[in-house]
Design a protein around this ligand. Structure first.
Ligand SMILES: C[S@@+](CC[C@H](N)C(=O)[O-])C[C@H]1O[C@@H](n2cnc3c(N)ncnc32)[C@H](O)[C@@H]1O
Length: 301
């Protein structure tokens, strides 16, 4: 990210560069373009966001929920999620990005005689290997106990890094990737995030996610809606998150708009159908720390 300060400094010797500038402008190549001056700084907001990730005990903000279980995932993810989870075999892998305490994975592995509520995600469960990923380590005693009894070949918890910092060699390939109020809702680089998700997804596999307070695919969001994640095109016109996703190559995107929920939410299923994936790039225009943060992205022309 380029800062305003460095752009100003760069332009400070304008007198000296005037002659060059005139020539550049005549060629249509302004040296200190408006865009360069307009690049906002997000460092302060990113620092605030880090504080939320690191928060513990009473300092955790009310809206930062980290303990949703499988029943919550069944409600918050698109309709095909539970069936897809039930079809996984022992050689398959499930990655939960932004897993928090990893409760959904614990419920997936709950023993037969344990009546852990799992909503529509009925049995069979606990077939596949599951990986929980979180920036901060939110493992509970329950996780430690279950992990010790199941062994690392069944459940793994990864923390200390963001999704984009992992390689395919470290993680392998996944048949299902989920994200419930995880990286998809929190990242400051949505294009790169999706690119990474799809690089970890097997051809034929599915990414199940959701995002709240966006322009909905079915257009039924109320005019009074306050949007938390906004996408605009090069001319500044609103773009629906699903329209942007559908421009990605080698995927089939299905969106379920929930305009009647307390916050208008898009449930998203992305199936990878071939390996030559290309995600339309976007740049960040606004980032305001929160649960989730407020973000505005602009599609690159
Ligand atoms: C609000 S919690 C949600 C936890 C859980 N999914 C739930 O619903 O209870 C957000 C989680 O997303 C994680 N997260 C945010 N951005 C991420 C990224 N880029 N890569 C990996 N994890 C991320 C946070 O570390 C945290 O575990």
């Amino acid at each position: 990210m380029r800062s305003v300060k460095s752009s100003v400094k760069k332009c400070a010797t304008a007198g000296m560069r005037l002659a060059i500038l005139i020539v550049l402008q005549a060629l249509g190549l302004g040296a200190c373009s408006t865009q360069e001056h307009a690049q906002p700084r997000f460092d302060e907001e990113i620092t605030k966001q880090e504080k939320i990730y690191r928060s513990r005990g009473a300092d955790v903000p009310g809206g930062y929920v980290t303990g949703r279980g499988l029943a919550d995932y069944a409600e918050l993810l698109p309709s095909g999620f539970c069936d897809a989870l039930g079809r996984l075999r022992s050689s398959d892998q499930w990655l939960d990005i932004g897993a928090g305490e990893g409760q959904a994975i614990l419920d997936y592995y709950a023993p037969e005689d344990n009546a852990a509520p799992a909503g529509n995600c009925a049995r069979p469960r606990g077939q596949a290997r599951a990986v929980a990923m979180s920036i901060e380590d939110r493992r509970t005693d329950k996780w430690q106990q279950q992990a010790a009894s199941l062994g690392a070949e069944h459940i793994r918890y990864l923390s200390g890094k963001r999704l984009r910092q992992y390689s395919r060699e470290e993680l392998g390939k996944f048949q299902i990737i989920t994200d419930v109020y995880g990286g998809f809702s929190y990242t400051e680089d949505l294009s790169l995030f999706l690119e990474k998700v799809l690089s970890f997804l097997d051809v034929g596999g599915g990414f199940y996610t959701m995002v709240q307070r966006v322009h909905l695919e079915d257009g039924k969001d109320k005019p009074s809606t306050w949007y938390q994640t906004e996408l605009v095109d090069a001319a500044g016109r609103d773009v629906k998150v699903c329209s942007w996703l559908k421009k990605t190559t080698c995927v089939k995107v299905a969106c379920e708009s929930k305009s009647d929920w307390h916050t208008p939410t898009e449930l998203i299923n992305i199936r990878k159908v071939c390996s030559d994936v290309s995600v339309p790039p976007m740049k960040l225009l606004k980032y305001e720390a929160g649960n989730p943060p407020g973000r505005r992205f602009q599609l690159e022309p």
